[in-house]
Write a new protein. Structure first.
Length: 83
């Protein structure tokens, strides 16, 4: 897969979006700039990245569900002031 990185202006991207999308399907990546400053990136969609993110969020939820929510923060603060 071709992963060539190209920088293009916002007007050019807007004018040629269909052609850019076709090139992205073939592996090209475009950085879209406005007044010379990068503002966006147009690249192929990565299904695996979103699957990994979903798995990570599920793991985080599982960890959070094991945390004891009856902890009183003020008690810990006052305990720390004793020393």
């Amino acid at each position: 897969m071709n992963s060539k990185l190209n920088t293009i202006g916002l007007f050019e991207a807007k004018t040629n979006l269909s052609a850019l999308v076709s090139q992205v399907q073939n592996g090209s990546i475009f950085v879209i700039a406005k007044r010379g400053k990068p503002i966006a990136k147009l690249e192929p969609y990565d299904h695996n990245q979103h699957k990994n993110m979903r798995d990570s969020l599920e793991q985080l939820h599982a960890i959070r569900s094991t945390i004891d929510c009856s902890i009183n923060i003020k008690e810990y603060i006052n305990e720390g002031r004793r020393y």
